[in-house]
Design a protein around this ligand. Structure first.
Ligand SMILES: CC(C)(COP(=O)(O)OP(=O)(O)OC[C@H]1O[C@@H](n2cnc3c(N)ncnc32)[C@H](O)[C@@H]1OP(=O)(O)O)[C@@H](O)C(=O)NCCC(=O)NCCS
Length: 178
């Protein structure tokens, strides 16, 4: 299980149709990482499922099994026009993965379809080299094309604030589990 402190932190990124306003946009990496020429970012294919599972098993340690199973469940909600599953590949080996999946926001008068970034994992030997940041930035660029009104992420604000996420409660959002 994720810790309570991680669960308690909800971040949102309002997407207003002007992607240029996204912080970090200028550093967005499209498909490759210039400082790592053999690194490619691409959409996950069925043949990648085992490698993606291995990434999360290694990245999340004791929670790896749960996260890997979560990915298998969430993957069913990713379609061509909703959600996103993106991998970072180095010389043909999968070293990182990020997933965005559609979810419903319970707004006062209607349910609004939003996107949720989760999970994000990078193989331990590849952490701290910009792979996670590249996956988040490229993922946000691609998911913006689907025009979701908002993207939520539950995670450490020290990491996600750099991508432009803002504390959900400051924008009036409440956690689903009150
Ligand atoms: C979190 C994770 C995805 C980051 O990927 P990464 O490729 O190592 O990250 P990057 O190289 O792009 O960025 C490194 C920066 O993120 C920071 N960072 C990494 N993990 C962090 C964390 N859990 N909390 C806060 N900051 C973190 C580093 O301190 C570094 O900061 P700096 O740029 O100021 O030096 C990766 O460390 C990972 O897979 N961790 C285990 C799984 C996990 O916790 N996933 C996130 C769930 S919310």
């Amino acid at each position: 299980m994720l810790t309570d402190s991680i669960r308690a932190t909800i971040r949102t990124l309002p997407i207003d149709g002007n992607a240029a306003k996204l912080p970090g946009r200028r550093q967005a990496i499209r498909g490759s990482m210039p400082h790592m020429p053999h690194m490619q970012l691409r959409r996950e294919q069925p043949a990648d499922h085992d490698a993606v599972r291995a990434v999360h098993l290694a990245a999340f340690g004791d929670h790896g099994q749960m996260i890997a199973d979560l990915v298998s469940d969430l993957r069913r909600s990713v379609t061509t026009d909703r959600g996103l599953s993106l991998i970072a590949e180095h010389d043909g080996a999968t070293v990182g993965h990020v997933m965005f999946t559609p979810s419903l926001l319970d707004a006062p008068r209607r349910l609004v379809c939003v996107e949720v970034l989760s999970p994000l994992g990078v193989l331990p030997t590849w952490q701290g080299r910009g792979v996670g940041s590249a996956l988040v930035r490229e993922g946000l660029r691609l998911i913006t094309a689907q025009s979701p009104p908002v993207v939520f992420v539950e995670g450490d604000p020290r990491y996600y604030v750099r991508f432009g996420f803002t504390a959900g409660h400051t924008l009036g959002y409440r956690r689903p589990s009150l």
